[in-house]
Each structure stands twice: as structure tokens, then as C-alpha cells.
Design a protein around this ligand. Structure first.
Ligand code: SF4
Length: 107
């Protein structure tokens, strides 16, 4: 029988999962020199994508990367992914454009 308790991720409304994802990432940002992209609509879209992945795939996976199905491999792309530091250092922004470095200039 399907578990219908409101605590399960499956049953949480998307907006609630989005709030949780955002809160966790905001907390992570306090320990980095990075920020969310100043374009709020980009942040909203990517956080929604991460929340959808959490609901459908079981974890807060990057919405811009293909999952392999291998749990260990895919753990590398739980946001913030293992590639984000290099991407931000090299390009000023992560692949999904969610996080930017301190010298990022939009436009
Ligand atoms: S590319 Fe950006 S949004 Fe995607 S997982 Fe890495 S840090 Fe998160």
C-alpha cells in the first residue's frame, strides 16, 4: 500500500521541497565565497529543477546533468555538485548558472 504520511518526500508539495532545497543551499552558501545568481528567475527555475529531481529521482540532483543510474557516480552531482568549485573558479558560474563567484558580472 502506498505510504500517504505527509512526512514522506513523495507526498510533499513541490513548493515545500523547493523551500527546503533553497534553505539548504542558502546555508551552504554561508560557508563559501559564492552567491546565488543575481537573476532571481534563474535561481527559481534551477531550484525547482532540483526539487523535481528530489521528488522523482530521490535526491537533490543537478537538473542540468544526465544521471547514470549508478548511485555512487550520481552522488557527485547532488547539488552543489563536485564540479561546481572548478566551474565557478574557471567560468565564474556553475553549469546550471545557479551559483556565481565573487567576481561574476552578469550580461
Ligand atoms: S551545476 Fe550548479 S546547480 Fe548543478 S549541481 Fe552543480 S552547483 Fe548545483
Amino acid at each position: 500500500m502506498k505510504n500517504t504520511t505527509p512526512e514522506t518526500t513523495e507526498e510533499k508539495p513541490l513548493e515545500q521541497v523547493e523551500r527546503e532545497v533553497r534553505g539548504r543551499l542558502e546555508e551552504w552558501l554561508t560557508r563559501t565565497p559564492y552567491s546565488f545568481n543575481p537573476e532571481a528567475s534563474v535561481v527559481k527555475t534551477i531550484i525547482r529543477g532540483i526539487a523535481i529531481r528530489k521528488i522523482k529521482a530521490g535526491d537533490e540532483y543537478c537538473p542540468c546533468r544526465v544521471l547514470s543510474g549508478d548511485l555512487l557516480e550520481d552522488s557527485k552531482v547532488v547539488c552543489p555538485c563536485v564540479y561546481s568549485k572548478d566551474e565557478i573558479e574557471n567560468d565564474g558560474i556553475c553549469l546550471c548558472h545557479l551559483f556565481v563567484g565573487p567576481n561574476y558580472k552578469s550580461g
